[in-house]
Design a protein. Structure first.
Length: 516
């Protein structure tokens, strides 16, 4: 009988240790993943946490603009942007308030249709010292270089006048800003009315008068949000408060791996857009594929090996993200840091369908022509997107006029790339920095002003912006209490069970040892 008790204690101890280990490393992760998946899918219940997060984004967002201001526009020699002196002005920071309206769920609850409502409010505290929406900036010689549609242009002999039917669609590229600027600042920019014959732009301003200079002055506020009569009331970001295109997403109810995936965006059909259909190199449909989430939510149980996909409406295309850089722990919550990979804008066969030029060699790496994306489509211009300061292709800095504004060693993904900090259990993005630079494509000979350019085309920087957001303490605490606290509790219990099992085995062994 004396030997039975230690054996029983040892068996119980082994069972507790084994069961604790199996549950801790085998059953518990699966149970947690299933529980999280059940809580994360979007359902038609206004009291549900997933519904609340989806309808009103809980993470505060910021919209920061930095303009490349020209201090000596009169010095432009007509040959190179390096004859101009640029300075970065900004940031002009706005609070971005985002919410979803008119939520309509499908009968099976597998889809949800909605409108995004975005409001931008100038934040003088976070903006650069002394900046305001009424600041003025001067920008370089940016020329509208392409206009589609027949205008029946008839030019005067001196090229100073042109007759045509009233079918003008010139829209200013309101992406200008710099240090000390604000939404109401006045900005002096190159006149977009510059153009040439056929499907190029007419040499007129927006009132039909011959263009005499290369700059245009307007406030930052009007260019970015309010619109200006000089540009037919156009603005880069449409308005300070407006509804975006109608969208449809997967709720994740049927398949949690599809949570937040776009099924329809605006006028897209069968999960395909038409932005890249005009490309002469569009031999397949993959450039027009509508794939990805909006970047705020991904499927639960994100792995380091995953490729995350975001549909970026500003770029009218899908962007891929890979795990990299240093992981962050905002407010004590561990996340995985993903970054937009350089393959997105690489010069490759896969990306040829994003090139509008006749020769793909004229579409260098690191650039994306947005001429069919708002607002460039309405303006009939070629606005090129890139990483700020051409981070992914620094060779473009040489002829941009802004090479002296940045140190080559600072051109890192951390400083100028687009990054996401994703909490892996829930798939929630707890931090994000989307960075995009907008540039004008200027072609030689589209107007007398550009006839002496020293290269067939130059890339003129306009501005760069950063849309950022980080989870605040309130939402971090809520996430901890609802997701991580139960996990820690169960983990603690299982570890205690394992320890108890080991202790019982040790006690049993001790009993046998000391009875000898």
């Amino acid at each position: 009988m004396g030997k039975v008790i230690p054996i029983v204690i040892a068996v119980i101890g082994v069972i507790l240790a084994v069961v604790g280990a199996v549950v801790l490393w085998g059953v518990l992760p699966t149970a947690i993943n299933n529980k999280v998946a059940d809580e994360m899918y979007i359902r038609d219940d206004v009291k549900n946490d997933a519904y609340k997060r989806f309808k009103d984004l809980p993470i505060p967002l910021r919209w920061s603009m930095r303009f490349f201001h020209v201090t000596n526009p009169e010095k432009f020699d007509g040959k190179s942007l390096n004859s101009l002196k640029f300075e970065e002005r900004g940031p002009y920071v706005y609070d971005e308030i985002r919410g979803k309206l008119n939520l309509t769920f499908g009968k099976d609850q597998n889809t949800v249709e909605f409108y995004d409502n975005k409001t931008y409010v100038f934040n003088p505290t976070l903006s650069g010292k002394g900046l305001s929406p009424n600041d003025t900036v001067t920008q370089g010689p940016y020329v509208y270089d392409e206009i589609r549609g027949k205008l029946n242009l008839t030019f005067g002999k001196d090229q100073n006048t042109v007759e045509f039917y009233d079918n003008k669609t010139y829209v200013f590229n309101p992406t200008l800003s710099g240090k000390g600027l604000s939404p109401n600042d006045t900005v002096t920019i190159v006149h977009f009315g510059l153009s040439a014959r056929e499907d190029m732009i007419a040499a007129l301003d927006f009132f039909g008068n011959p263009i005499k200079g290369i700059t245009l002055t307007e406030t930052v506020q009007n260019l970015a949000f309010d619109g200006t009569t000089k540009l037919f009331k156009a603005a880069l970001f449409k308005c300070k408060q407006c509804l975006e295109a109608n969208k449809t997403m997967d709720t994740g109810k049927k398949d949690i791996s599809q949570l937040g995936q776009f099924l329809k965006y605006g006028e897209s059909e069968n999960r395909h857009t038409s932005y890249w259909s005009e490309s002469k190199h569009n031999k397949s449909t993959h450039c027009n594929e509508l794939r990805g989430t909006d970047g705020t939510q991904f499927h639960p149980n994100v792995k380091e090996s995953d490729t995350l996909v975001v549909y970026e409406s500003m770029l009218c295309r899908t962007i891929k993200f890979k795990k990299g850089l240093t992981n962050q722990s905002p407010h004590g919550i561990d996340t995985l840091r993903f970054y937009a990979i350089e393959d997105n804008f690489a010069k490759s066969t896969e990306n040829e369908c994003f090139c509008y030029e006749d020769n793909v060699e004229d579409c260098p790496a690191g650039l994306l022509n947005l001429k069919n994306c708002p607002p460039a489509d309405a303006a009939h211009v070629s606005i090129l997107a890139s990483n700020p300061y051409f981070q992914s292709n620094p060779s473009l800095l040489k002829d941009s006029g802004i090479e002296s504004l940045v140190k080559k060693e600072d051109l890192t993904l951390e400083n100028y790339g687009t990054i996401l900090d994703v909490e892996p259990y829930t798939g929630l993005a707890l931090g994000a920095k989307k960075r995009v630079q907008l540039n004008a494509l200027i072609k030689k000979g589209v107007h007398p002003v550009t006839k002496d350019l020293d290269k067939p085309r130059i890339i003129a920087p306009i501005m760069w912006l950063e849309e950022s957001g980080d989870v605040d303490q309130k939402n971090a605490d809520e996430l901890k209490s609802k997701v991580f606290a139960p996990k820690r509790t169960f983990t603690g219990i299982l570890i205690a069970v394992m320890v108890l099992g080991v202790v019982l085995v040790a006690v049993a062994g001790g009993c046998v040892f000391f009875r000898r």
